[in-house]
Design a protein around this ligand. Structure first.
Ligand SMILES: Nc1ncnc2c1ncn2[C@@H]1O[C@H](COP(=O)(O)OP(=O)(O)O)[C@@H](O)[C@H]1O
Ligand SMILES: [Mg+2]
Length: 281
């Protein structure tokens, strides 16, 4: 490799002044500043290559479990046009804006949340904005909101690898991501896209969570693989990723989400993930 083509990860440069790598003359600093009154220690992105796999449910369950584990938790709902976090926690109405900044809304257990649905006059109003405005809103959720003493912030991403995930990865100090998948053959390809994007952005991947893994019959306790056999292990092996959890299809979970009671849903399926996050450096 020539000196000129060396990547910054090789040189350890600060991406602005290194003379030995590609960034030398072209580097732009996209990072968004945190509000001066905010403290956020760890930022975890929840991503997937496609919609409807259960990203928002996993984000909500992780946030509820982390808050229950005694860590001050926040959710930044980066799904600007399809926000579903407030509803899962039973939050309605508008977040308070002051001269100094925007205040997140608090759930029953004290999780701090910001979402476009907490800014609209009517929660059924559509967000019909163009890409740059949407991406700008995500940055504002980081910079203009007063996040008080947050130990863990979970970011619920929109599906795919478009404008908003790119903005989040470039502008916010994401410590790690968790990829949510479903048990279908497409999984490997979809996981592959998320893995490659994370690699491009040099963000560590904590592992995979599979949703809709099976249905456990309450009558006989048997597990039924409704979507066929899982391809999770193969996808995990192919990309050298850890399987963090497998979430069953559970009508009680859907009901808890629909009624805004996700914090009262009892499960220990994500305990390992919470321990892993608590032990993160
Ligand atoms: N494991 C599950 N069991 C039952 N219903 C689920 C489960 N996971 C997701 N759902 C339902 O499917 C819908 C889509 O999930 P959601 O988390 O909003 O997906 P995404 O954020 O990836 O688009 C939700 O309305 C939720 O109620
Ligand atoms: Mg969602």
């Amino acid at each position: 490799m020539s000196e000129q083509n060396r990547q910054c990860s090789d040189t350890g440069c600060d991406k602005t002044s290194c003379e030995n790598c590609d960034h030398a003359n072209t580097a732009t600093n996209f990072s968004a500043p945190l509000h001066e009154m905010s403290t956020v220690k760890k930022v975890i992105g929840i991503v997937s290559g496609k919609g409807g796999v259960g990203k928002s449910i996993v984000t909500s369950l992780l946030a509820a479990a982390m808050q229950k584990a005694g860590k001050k938790t926040a959710v930044l709902d980066a799904d600007i046009t399809g926000p579903s976090i407030p509803k899962a926690f039973g939050l309605h109405g508008k977040a308070n804006a002051t001269e100094i900044g925007l205040l997140p809304m608090q759930t029953t257990s004290g999780i701090e949340i910001i979402s476009t649905n907490l800014l609209l006059n009517n929660e059924t109003d559509p967000v019909v904005w163009r890409g740059p405005i949407i991406a700008g809103t995500v940055k504002q959720f980081w910079s203009d909101v007063i996040w008080t003493d947050i130990e863990y912030m979970f970011i619920d991403m929109p599906p795919g690898t478009g404008d908003v995930p790119l903005t989040v990865f470039q502008s916010l100090p994401v410590d790690a991501i968790i990829i949510v998948t479903s048990p279908q053959e497409l999984v490997s390809m979809i996981v592959g896209k998320a893995v490659k994007m994370a690699a491009m952005m040099q963000i560590p991947i904590l592992g995979l969570i599979e949703n809709y893994s099976y249905f456990q019959c309450p009558d006989n306790g048997k597990k039924y693989h409704i979507f066929g056999p899982s391809h999770l292990q193969a996808a995990a092996d192919a990309y050298g990723l850890k399987i963090l959890a497998e979430l069953p299809i559970d009508p009680d979970l859907a009901a808890a989400c629909d009624s805004g009671n996700i914090e009262n849903y009892q499960t220990n399926i994500l305990d390992n993930v919470i321990n892993l996050l608590k032990n993160m450096k």
